[in-house]
Design a protein around this ligand. Structure first.
Ligand code: HEC
Ligand code: HEC
Ligand code: HEC
Ligand code: HEC
Ligand code: HEC
Ligand code: HEC
Ligand code: HEC
Ligand code: HEC
Ligand code: HEC
Length: 368
């Protein structure tokens, strides 16, 4: 949360003119204050708007879907706390087929992203779908809805705001220190579970889809779909540190060095602790063993993973020349994460922090 947002929040709290509610069902609106629609200078104007109107405004305070994030989130935008984004097109699909719509928590994003313009790149806080449609139209420079939402590596614009897609911004989020360790060793599979982290609306019917894509779904129905989706996203079932071993002795190839004692539970607990309050991480780590799979990769997601040595042989396998041999597999994984996370100890060069020298070997080698 940036300084301005903190100030808004404190100001509002002090002003006392605010009703606080919790729970998805308690969506509380009071739009007595007219808010600036065209905010080119987002946060400053927001502060002014908040100051000017604080006596009259009752912020909507919803924790819909955000229970695992900050305890209270406030909004002063005109946007609903959660929006069902349908695939709007010039030629709506009469069968209502295609991807499920996306439930977008505007509330979480407003609170976590500094500027409205990071997303509303034209400066107008209107629906993206007014310019970016399934087929693309002139208003959106024929950039389709699919592109506007998923394009990665968007080049910085020389003039004006650089647009961001959902996926391009999330790719930046995972470069944060607490995420970067795993994410520098994880090769994203981007399978069905990944798409469904965004494209999912439990209880959606074909009729909802047709009406929604045509912009004709009644408001109460939209709100119900949104709150159900956010609830389903909360606190996904996760395997816990205690589902794995306390320590593992890794000694498959011990030769020059003693076997390495790997503090398994401590590692898993420490990694989980770092991501537990991040709503983005919770939404995407939605399979019970997602976090285990950061290290136990390319295997079915279950609690009893195969040993690294089942797939990584002591010598490069000619049938899989890309696959590191066993020693390299361990080193690349351990050190890849430590480096990505800027872990202070052990340094990659500090060999004996991970494995003591095998004195017998050294002595017998020296005696030869
Ligand atoms: C970070 C969130 C997010 C993820 C992850 C995501 N999408 Fe989307 N996608 C959206 C949004 C938002 C839209 C616009 C609303 C809509 O059309 O449902 C969209 C639209 C689309 C569209 C155009 C609309 C249509 O139905 O033709 C396609 C196709 C699509 N997504 C495919 C995918 C596929 C395939 C995956 C997984 C590989 C995926 N998306 C993952 C957010 C996401
Ligand atoms: C992380 C991206 C993001 C940020 C930050 C963001 N918005 Fe939005 N906003 C969206 C998306 C996505 C929609 C839904 C677009 C759609 O339905 O096509 C939306 C919708 C809206 C709408 C409803 C538009 C309509 O006509 O349906 C308003 C109003 C709005 N935003 C205002 C704001 C304001 C004010 C801020 C800053 C306080 C802000 N937004 C910050 C992404 C964002
Ligand atoms: C008023 C029309 C309009 C609205 C509303 C709008 N866009 Fe755009 N968008 C454009 C135009 C025009 C371009 C092409 C200009 C550019 O790339 O700088 C563009 C480009 C983009 C790009 C760059 C795609 C690429 O491959 O380079 C992304 C991403 C994008 N928009 C996302 C969004 C999102 C997300 C929203 C809603 C929060 C949104 N846009 C709202 C008109 C709009
Ligand atoms: C400018 C950056 C940015 C953009 C653009 C963005 N996100 Fe996010 N997203 C975030 C951040 C930051 C979080 C919250 C992380 C946290 O809890 O600190 C988040 C959280 C989420 C979550 C989990 C919270 C929830 O809703 O339950 C989902 C799902 C999500 N985003 C989907 C989307 C979709 C869909 C879009 C595009 C319409 C989008 N995001 C665009 C930055 C972004
Ligand atoms: C313990 C390891 C671990 C940590 C720490 C971690 N992740 Fe992940 N994350 C994963 C794994 C594994 C996947 C699944 C990759 C796949 O199979 O596609 C994943 C997938 C994701 C995805 C969807 C895939 C993608 O590349 O876009 C997002 C978004 C994400 N994580 C966000 C975060 C955020 C934000 C943090 C930090 C707050 C974080 N993760 C920290 C292991 C981790
Ligand atoms: C982050 C922890 C870590 C660090 C730091 C580390 N290693 Fe290792 N290394 C391992 C693990 C785990 C194994 C696999 C242990 C086994 O099966 O015996 C291993 C195995 C080895 C092996 C093969 C087994 C053997 O005993 O011959 C050699 C050689 C080795 N490391 C050399 C080094 C050297 C040299 C350094 C310092 C430049 C180093 N390692 C730093 C974790 C580490
Ligand atoms: C930071 C990386 C990492 C994470 C995260 C991780 N593991 Fe492990 N795990 C390992 C390594 C390394 C081994 C040793 C494998 C080998 O040498 O073949 C191991 C071994 C195991 C073993 C075999 C123990 C034995 O004594 O043979 C089990 C069971 C296991 N892990 C379960 C889990 C579960 C369940 C999770 C998720 C809660 C998990 N692991 C998360 C790295 C990890
Ligand atoms: C079920 C088989 C399997 C198991 C078990 C397995 N790996 Fe892998 N590993 C692979 C495959 C497949 C690749 C991708 C390279 C390739 O194309 O062969 C890979 C690649 C790697 C890479 C290179 C970077 C990357 O992700 O592509 C590292 C490092 C690695 N594995 C470490 C480990 C460690 C450490 C363990 C045990 C905790 C382990 N692997 C367990 C199959 C496996
Ligand atoms: C996915 C990330 C990740 C992977 C993979 C990983 N570590 Fe770590 N490791 C950490 C973090 C984070 C710490 C910092 C200490 C903490 O928070 O508990 C750490 C700390 C350590 C420490 C120092 C603990 C202490 O006593 O101060 C050792 C030793 C260590 N790791 C060994 C290993 C070995 C051996 C492997 C590979 C088999 C490995 N790590 C793989 C994240 C990782």
């Amino acid at each position: 949360m940036n300084e301005v947002q903190t100030r808004i929040k404190n100001f509002v709290r002090l002003s006392g003119g605010c009703v606080q509610r919790r729970g998805a069902a308690d969506v509380f609106f009071d739009l007595t204050a007219k808010k600036e629609k065209h905010m080119r200078n987002g946060t400053t104007k927001l502060l002014l708007t908040a100051m000017a109107a604080a006596g009259a405004i009752c912020l909507m305070l919803v924790n819909a879907g955000a229970a695992h994030a900050a305890p209270e989130l406030t909004s002063i935008s005109d946007a609903p706390p959660a929006i069902v984004i349908f695939p709007v097109g010039e030629k709506p699909n009469p069968e209502g087929l295609g991807m499920k719509p996306v439930v977008f928590s505007h509330l979480v994003h407003e609170n976590r992203v500094e500027n409205c313009e990071s997303c509303h790149h034209t400066g107008d806080t209107v629906a993206c779908t007014s310019c970016h449609t399934v087929q693309g139209n002139a208003g959106g420079n024929f950039i389709t809805l699919e592109k506007a939402m998923h394009t990665e590596n968007i080049a910085k614009r020389a003039k004006g705001n650089t647009p961001q897609s959902c996926v391009s911004c999330h790719a930046q989020q995972i470069r944060k220190r607490e995420c970067a360790g795993c994410h520098s060793i994880v090769q994203p599979s981007r399978g069905d579970a990944y798409c469904a982290s965004c494209h999912n609306a439990p209880g959606l019917t074909k009729a909802d889809m047709v009406a929604g894509s045509a912009g004709k779904l009644p408001e109460e129905r939209t709100a119900k779909l949104a709150s159900d989706a956010l609830k389903a996203r909360e606190n996904p079932v996760q395997l816990q540190p205690t589902d794995g071993p306390y320590k593992v002795m890794i000694g498959e190839i011990a030769d020059k060095y003693m076997p390495s004692m790997f503090a398994h539970r401590r590692h898993v607990a420490s990694l989980m602790e770092r991501v537990k309050d991040n709503a983005l991480a919770s939404a995407f780590h939605n399979q019970p063993a997602t976090l285990c799979a950061a290290c136990h990769h390319n295997s079915p997601l279950k609690g009893a993973p195969p040993k690294c040595g089942s797939c990584h042989q002591q010598r490069i396998d000619p049938a899989n020349p890309e696959r590191p041999q066993l020693k390299a597999a361990y080193h690349l994984q351990c050190m890849g994460c430590h480096q990505g996370m800027k872990v202070a100890r052990p340094l990659n060069t500090s060999c004996v922090t991970c494995h003591r020298k095998n004195e017998t070997k050294t002595v017998s080698a020296a005696a030869k």
